[in-house]
Design a protein around this ligand. Structure first.
Ligand code: CP
Length: 313
């Protein structure tokens, strides 16, 4: 594996989950692998979990992580080819990515979508520019259309908590007042396609995800019906894909409650808005596995870094 940019980079989900769980049991076993190696973490957007868990993953492998908030602290980066740079951008991605590659052995990038320009977001301009112009492996820490470290984490978590060989997993839209990206829902969907689960999606009319991502996944617009006999309910808000980036409605009846959830485990990537996406009783009760899920971010990232290090050493 040269880069980790998408769930499609996971060649065999079951073995990756097994390896990640092995790392979780023995997190410091490969401390020598990353000795004298630098991981650069470049954030164009905010983060709590990704920023801390990916650094911890690097430290567990003996790497030295260095972090930069690109939007606030770096020169404005130009991504356009042939641009006359007489505006606000002071440095071209061609130099920026090449220079970062002089300092880092692996570079990880977070860059959210515009949610305005669908074509630009789907080109993955920032992530793909780093892949193109960096001379070291690139890790996607959430891009315009995917969050594959989160998706892999979610697969690990379901494997840990599953009580059946083929659990029923539901991805449910929930209300939110702001326009949010599709990345987490996309990568979760792609991860579930690589697992032996009974997977369905429930969302209001007008909120279907990109059909190239959902493919033949059943999509049900009745949330109660979708939740019947669910073992895991993975909740996330996303803005409309067809009316790109728009908030079509914020119907509070889609909020997750203890009554709706019944026997199912509650999952969310976090951060989550209490009593908007999900009521307190769920997050504060036994059904929620969001903290265990967040803990697994470290081991998902650690396995990805381990595989990349093994390829460059
Ligand atoms: N789930 C997730 O990626 O969290 P952060 O945005 O805090 O990194």
């Amino acid at each position: 594996m040269k880069n980790y940019t998408s769930i499609h980079d996971i060649d065999h989900m079951e073995s990756w989950i097994g390896e990640a769980r092995e790392l979780k049991a023995h997190p410091l076993k490969y401390m020598d692998l990353g000795r004298n190696k630098i991981l650069g973490l470049l954030f164009f957007n905010s983060s709590l979990r990704t920023r801390l868990s990916t650094q911890k993953a690097a430290l567990n492998l003996g790497m030295n992580p260095i972090v930069m908030n690109v939007s606030g602290d770096a020169w404005g980066i130009e991504f356009g080819d042939g641009t006359v740079m007489n505006g606000n951008t002071a440095e071209h991605i061609k130099e920026a990515a090449a220079v970062v590659s002089q300092y880092c052995d692996i570079v990880a990038v977070r860059a959210f979508p515009t949610l305005v320009d669908k074509a630009k977001d789907e080109r993955e301009e920032v992530l793909n520019s780093f892949v193109k112009y960096a001379s070291v492996p690139v890790v996607n820490m959430e891009s315009a259309t995917g969050h594959p470290l989160q998706g892999f984490t979610d697969a690990i978590t379901i494997s840990e908590f599953a009580k059946k060989t083929k659990p029923k997993v539901v991805l449910s839209w929930a209300p939110h007042m702001k326009a949010l990206p599709h990345a987490v829902a996309n990568s979760f969907t792609q991860a579930m396609h690589k697992m032996d689960v009974d997977f369905i999606i429930t969302n209001p009319e007008g909120y279907n995800l990109n059909p190239e991502i959902t493919r033949n996944t059943p999509i049900i617009h009745n949330q109660d019906e979708a939740f019947e006999d669910a073992d895991f309910v993975y909740v996330k808000n996303w803005s409309s894909y067809t009316e790109y980036g728009k908030v079509m409605h914020t119907d509070p009846s889609w909020m997750i409650t203890k009554e709706k959830l019944k026997q199912a485990k509650f999952m969310h990537c976090l951060p989550v808005r209490r009593n908007v996406i999900v009521e307190d009783a769920v997050l504060d009760g036994d059904s929620s596995i969001v903290i265990a899920q967040a803990n697994n971010r470290t081991y998902a990232a650690q396995l990805v870094l381990k595989k990349l290090l093994e390829n460059i050493t």
